[in-house]
Design a protein around this ligand. Structure first.
Ligand code: NAI
Ligand code: MG
Length: 336
């Protein structure tokens, strides 16, 4: 099993050092034969090669079974937005759930945001015209149907089979209107799944007032980007927010957050967002190798135990540093 690793910028390398040692430990225990391919991308690659995403890096990622990516700094859009489109990673899966001892707005929150990952206002179609600037919002029937299908399939695997489609179709009648129409079309094919729609502004409020109402939220690229940062804070911190960029052939797993320059180099970055991203990676890889399912369970179990012992970083009201949290997780893995 070949895993591409992107070190990232800011707190990225600190988080990756932590995740790497956990991957080594898992491989030691389960003998999955993990091979690692280091990929150069981001601000450091931009300085070295004049390109944030060198062609060779893209080719290397394509040759791997999955990619684990730490956050990147100001060149993030040139790397991840490009990769999402080039590798057609159309589904961005962003879970937000409560964990033991992490203070959340409410107990027992378990939401998955399914964000369309290839179009919308992030298509890069921006123009300057005299004293104006114009950005084009692209919504296609193909991408909307396939993300809705993805969300409903995911709902079928969950205990709470509820999907909320989030949009602003009352105002953006054509673009968001098409997205809503596609979601309704797919909803009709899944009678077992409860379906609702919510406007993006109301949803942002409801996510704070009663987050337990939601199970799966399916939405367009930009709303999903914003809602997932909000959802992460609703359950405690961006530092525990993992994500998966999934396509039919490739997948990249990364924290929801950025490179956190305000705490970079201080040794206090929460490594959990990247470790939980690795857990999602093993979950996804389990169709290729059954042992990856065990790897995912081991990571989940270890994180829960470490949190129950109160070992955590300052962003989730703990007193431990990145290294101490990592060591505690490795300890738990050893005792699995
Ligand atoms: P950010 O997400 O890096 O940080 C926001 C806040 O959350 C900061 O106070 C930070 O300290 C805190 N935080 C984030 N992750 C944390 C962790 N693991 N542990 C503890 N605290 C954590 O957002 P910001 O500062 O707006 O962006 C910084 C850079 O990241 C920008 O250059 C941006 O372009 C880039 N970025 C990269 C992304 C990616 O690689 N996919 C995604 C989002 C932003
Ligand atoms: Mg974001």
């Amino acid at each position: 099993m070949k895993i591409a690793l992107i070190n990232g910028d800011g707190i990225g390398p600190e988080q990756m050092e932590s995740a790497r040692s956990i991957l080594y430990k898992i491989d030691d225990i389960l003998d999955i034969n993990l091979e690692f391919e280091e990929i150069e991308a981001g601000d450091s690659a931009l300085i070295k090669y004049g390109k944030a995403l060198p062609d060779e890096s893209i080719e290397k990622i394509k040759r791997c079974d999955a990619c684990l990516k730490a956050p990147i700094g100001s060149s993030a859009a040139d790397v991840i937005v490009t990769l999402r489109r080039m590798l057609d990673l159309y589904a961005n899966v962003r879970p937000a759930k409560t964990y033991p001892t992490i203070k959340a707005l409410k107990d027992d929150i378990d939401i998955i945001i399914v964000r369309e990952n290839t179009e919308d206002l992030y298509s890069g179609l921006e123009y300057e015209l005299d004293d104006s600037a114009i950005a084009i919002k692209v919504i296609t029937r193909r991408a909307s149907l396939r993300i809705a299908e993805f969300a409903f399939k995911m709902a079928m695997m969950r205990e709470r089979k509820i999907v909320h489609a989030v949009h602003k179709a009352n105002l953006l009648r054509k673009s968001d209107g098409l997205f809503a129409l596609c979601c309704r079309e797919v909803a009709n094919r899944y009678p077992e799944v409860e379906y609702g729609e919510m406007l993006i502004d109301a949803c942002s409020m409801q996510l704070i007032r009663e987050p337990r109402e939601f199970s799966i939220i399916v939405t367009m690229n930009m709303y999903g980007d914003i809602l997932s940062d909000e959802a992460a804070q609703v359950v405690g911190s961006l530092g525990i927010a993992p994500s998966a960029n999934i396509g039919d052939k490739f997948a990249i797993f990364e924290p929801v957050h950025g490179s956190a320059p305000d705490i970079a180099g201080k040794g206090i970055a929460n490594p959990l967002s990247l470790i939980l991203s690795a857990e999602m990676m093993f979950e996804w890889l389990s169709s290729k190798d059954r042992r990856c399912k065990i790897a995912a369970e081991m990571i989940d179990n270890a994180i829960n135990n470490v949190l129950r012992k109160g070992i955590k970083t300052p962003d989730i009201s703990g007193n431990n540093n990145t290294h101490e949290v990592t060591s505690a997780i490795i300890n738990e893995l050893t005792n699995y």
